[in-house]
Design a protein around this ligand. Sequence first.
Ligand SMILES: Nc1ncnc2c1ncn2[C@@H]1O[C@H](COP(=O)(O)OP(=O)(O)OP(=O)(O)O)[C@@H](O)[C@H]1O
Length: 281
Amino acid sequence: MTEALVNTKSSLSQHDADPPGPVVAYSDVSIRFDLKPVLEDISFDVQRGETRIILGPAGCGKSVLMKLANGLLRPDSGTIKVFGQEITTMPEKDLYKLRARIGMVFQESALFDSLSVEDNVAYRLHEDGVPEEEAHKRVVEALQFVELEPAIAKFPSELSGGMRRRVSIARAIISNPDLILYDSPTGGLDPITSTTIIELVVKQRDVSHTTSLLITHRLQDAFTLARNRFNPTTGRMELIPNNGVDDSTKFLVLNEGKVVFDGTTEALVHTTDPWLKDYIS
Ligand SMILES: Nc1ncnc2c1ncn2[C@@H]1O[C@H](COP(=O)(O)OP(=O)(O)OP(=O)(O)O)[C@@H](O)[C@H]1O
């Protein structure tokens, strides 16, 4: 099944038609609400295949930054390119097409309570008019990926928080997105369940190499993501030997609306900046 997802991904990827360069590029982006600056002069790039972990204290603008990436919010100044296209001035109909290439996982799972797991996961496929037989096959594949196939006929109210989050991930990956935005995918979950969700993110990263942005409030989740890899033989996540880290995983740390760190796991853990040292300790 894993191979099937990989193969589908490579054959369907629209990346080849994109201009060369980063998948996401923020340049001097600022936004304020009610005159209060929330993000100021934010610049960073996310390369193809990269997983970018976004950290920072509560209220520092992480979710706002993510909502800017799919055009749900527009900045007051600066430019944002996604798949090489400038999105800050893009008309809504073009944003709609762009969002079809982006999978989103929200903290609240954002499932439709009146729809079964199958219909929640297939939602985008149904909107796109994918024939029922194919949609069902892809739902089963996606639910197998998140290890939740037995719950296909259940409704969200019958699921635990962790299971709802799995459904949300299945829904995000079903259309083989070129970019996944995970907004606090472990928010509100206990530490053990959080780790099972991070394991899925690691699996998606290492099997499909999908470019991703991931917000987390839990440093432990961030470092689990950076220090582990998916083992296809066991089907489980394992520590990268010799204290290694995943090269495709990088960090962006925000504080008071500004980027205070943009770089690798190694650079972050060896930072000499007093605020950052304190923040990650
Ligand atoms: N639509 C909005 N209108 C007005 N203010 C907003 C809006 N969206 C966000 N804000 C404000 O912007 C600031 C940053 O919010 P944001 O949700 O991005 O923070 P965050 O870093 O994701 O926080 P948390 O870690 O608590 O989830 C907050 O002060 C918030 O109240």
